[in-house]
Design a protein around this ligand. Structure first.
Ligand SMILES: [Zn+2]
Ligand SMILES: [Zn+2]
Ligand SMILES: [Zn+2]
Length: 702
């Protein structure tokens, strides 16, 4: 398809008298056309039938051009195809083509723009004849065709690697001596991989190895266990490796590497001692690796991570030459009116926020898209964060990130890896999800408080899924170790418990839960109730950290006791008691019924002088009993300006909702977080101390 056979080829009837083409007196047809006007309008998500555009193409030059362009990317004959689009801020027309079998969410989107030389030096936004947007900057020139063979494709990745190792200053300034992993896979044989013990082999401490980051999936992963350790040391046939690991071995061979670290094979999985000893080693294993290889498009060990097949690859932009078809009432000047138009497959916003460019994207991406599975998993978060450099094998293409560069196969290095604002990809805009510890260490771009940095990490990490809820602290250990090493004065090794730094504790107490559970089986009791890991849902923290507001903190940490973990507990689990001093306000629970029957629970201070503090709360767990959650007190943690942007004397307060632990005096567990007061008249700051003094006491949270 793609040719307009039914457009009547009108023989141009040339007229003598010339008419000025750009004369403002005569509006061109497209300005009056009801069909394409909708597409080019300001209203987002305006849909029109492709057939309407085609029908109008004998009357409207823009509809004619559109039909011609769309014909290059879709079948014009399918009657139900709908177009949706609008002109974007870079003056390109973004158009979604919803064909039969597509939904708005899955439909491919295209960027269309005119790059004709004839408009050079002019400051036009639209082609005067065809009404198409003229792009000030052509982006299609940045496209690089994807290699046809694995050799070609991995050859490019190998270039990225050697470029980074030999000439990126930032990427090589970390000269820390990391401990080699205890075991590695030696992949130098052609049909076997051998598990080696790095101590026995007397490998040089700076031996280069690749660390694999991948999702295990529900089943089928091959693990080293006590009974097959000997066998794995003798050699594992390539053919018995699960396909994701086998593909990773092949990738490493292409990259010219000899050693690969894979958790399932290099840690003895049924040996708790071996496992517990290596979890704190993750910072060394991932930061010490030459490269972290990410099986980014694969959701399990049986799925493989082959190089993306052609149909998943980003498609090359198409250059289309349009010759305006002269019509009876056209002027001579239109003869030979020719423009060059580009149609490029579009990237969705979400795609731009990925490191590099993983694959072809649709017009409006579903956030749970399978392309990005690895970015949803808990364990893989630190693997990226700790990496010096990462190579992603995505469903469509390979991409690369290091502290200096972001690359993908289809993109020539160019300003296109910058955002519209011209930011480099690692800036704050992209958030902690795409921050690497290397970058963070080299520039400390997050010029915020240290507690903010940690809350950012937890906010992102806590939303990631875990097969074993008990790993909630363990899967973060590598990052904790890395921060201890970087800022030992702030992130103190002997003050880190249950995902919290004691010195930052008041801030870290103020978390609340939102969203869906991150694991199938959540057992809050594995961690202390005051610590965020006890909550099985994504965590966010009080907003004052985002705004850099300095709150008044009302609690003081008097003491901390940690209980030895029960036998068999996974790394990071256990019980811990904090003794705090601060206002502990007795409350009663009231159910407020609003118009329409909507009920809300409020906690109302028994001390009537504090009644302005009454309000609802966000509960940590869904399964509160019918008679409530047992909340007996609100523990005031901090107060801060009611209106963050103004210099107001009004205050808001952040409280923990606590319930007494039976049989223990002054011992409570946390069940929720309340932010208040909610009333219109927020509290005036200067009286608060006086009113709260009678309630200040010591209490324990478990
Ligand atoms: Zn039109
Ligand atoms: Zn680099
Ligand atoms: Zn790409």
């Amino acid at each position: 398809m793609g040719c307009f056979a039914w457009i009547p080829k009108l023989k141009p009837r040339l007229r003598r008298g010339k008419m000025l083409l750009h004369s403002s007196a005569r509006p061109t047809a497209w300005e009056q056309c009801p069909h394409c006007k909708e597409l080019f309008g300001d209203v987002y998500d305006k849909r029109i039938q492709l057939s309407a555009v085609l029908e109008s193409s004998t009357r409207c030059a823009r509809c004619w051009a559109l039909g011609h362009i769309i014909g290059h990317v879709t079948d014009l004959a399918s009657a139900s195809t709908v177009l949706v689009g609008s002109i974007w801020h870079d003056n390109t027309l973004e158009i979604g083509v919803i064909g039969p079998g597509d939904t708005f969410e899955t439909a491919p989107g295209y960027k269309i723009y005119d790059i004709s030389d004839r408009f050079k030096g002019e400051r036009r936004r639209l082609d005067p004849i065809l009404g198409l947007p003229i792009a000030p900057k052509a982006t299609h020139v940045n496209f690089r065709p994807i290699g046809a063979t694995p050799e070609e494709r991995f050859g490019l990745a190998k270039d990225w690697l050697s470029e980074c190792v030999t000439s990126h200053e930032t990427c090589n300034q970390d000269d820390a001596q990391y401990v080699l992993p205890r075991r590695l896979l030696d992949i130098s044989d052609s049909d076997h991989v051998r598990l080696i013990n790095t101590l026995h082999q007397e490998l040089h401490p700076r031996t280069a190895y690749v660390a694999l980051s991948y999702c295990w999936g529900k089943q089928g992963n091959l693990c080293t266990i006590t009974t097959n350790l000997k066998q794995h040391t003798a050699g594992i046939p390539m053919l018995s490796l699960p396909s994701t690991i086998r593909d990773a071995v092949i990738a490493c061979k292409h990259l010219g590497q000899r050693y690969l670290w894979v958790d399932a094979l290099c840690i003895i999985q049924d040996n708790l001692h071996d496992k517990m000893a290596q979890i704190p080693q993750m910072a060394d294993i991932y930061s010490g690796a030459l490269l972290v290889l990410s099986a980014a498009g694969s959701s399990g060990s049986l799925e493989g991570c082959p190089l993306g097949p052609l149909e998943m690859q980003p498609s090359p932009p198409k250059l289309i030459e349009l010759d305006y078809p002269l019509q009876s009432n056209d002027t001579e000047e239109l003869a030979g009116y020719r423009v060059n138009v580009v149609v490029e497959q579009m990237e969705h916003e979400r795609c731009r926020s990925l490191p590099g460019h993983w694959a072809r994207e649709t017009f409006d991406q579903d956030p749970t898209d399978a392309l990005n599975v690895i970015e949803e998993r808990g364990w893989t978060f630190q693997e990226r964060f700790l990496a010096k450099r990462s190579l992603y094998i995505g469903k469509g293409e390979m991409s690369w990130t290091c502290a200096t560069e972001v690359q993908c196969e289809c993109r020539k290095p160019s300003p296109s890896i910058m955002t519209e604002a011209g930011d480099r990809v690692f800036t704050r805009r992209y958030g902690i999800n795409h921050m690497s510890v290397n970058r963070l260490f080299s520039e400390a771009e997050l010029s915020k408080t240290y507690s903010y940095l940690w809350t950012e990490i937890i906010t992102t990490y806590s939303a990631r899924l875990l097969t074993q809820f008990g790993d909630r602290v363990a899967a973060l250990e590598g990052i904790a170790v890395a921060l201890q090493r970087k800022w030992p004065e702030i992130y103190k090794k002997d003050e880190y418990f249950f995902g919290c730094w004691l010195s930052l504790l008041p801030d870290l107490l103020l978390w609340h839960a939102s969203g869906e559970p991150v694991s199938e089986h959540i057992s809050p009791d594995l961690f202390p109730s005051w610590s965020w890991p006890s909550c099985g849902r994504p965590i966010t923290f009080m907003s004052w950290m985002w705004y850099g507001v300095n709150p008044k903190l009302w609690v003081e940490l008097l003491d901390f006791e940690v209980k030895p973990p029960p036998p068999g507990a996974v790394f990071g689990q256990g019980g811990g008691t904090v003794t705090l001093r601060g206002p502990l306000i007795p409350v009663k629970r009231e159910v407020v019924v609003y118009d329409g029957g909507f009920e809300e629970v409020e906690y109302v201070p028994i001390d009537t002088q504090l009644s302005f503090m009454a309000g609802g709360a966000s509960m940590d767990h869904d399964d509160q009993g019918p008679n409530g959650d047992g909340v007996s007190h609100l523990a005031l943690v901090g107060s801060y300006p009611f209106k963050l942007q103004e210099k107001s004397k009004m205050l808001s307060c952040a409280f923990l909702c606590v319930a007494p632990v039976e049989g223990r005096q002054e011992v409570f567990r946390r069940v929720g977080l309340a932010i208040g007061p909610r009333t219109k008249q927020a509290f005036l700051g200067h009286d608060l101390q006086r009113l709260l003094t009678p309630h200040i006491m010591n209490y324990k949270l478990v």
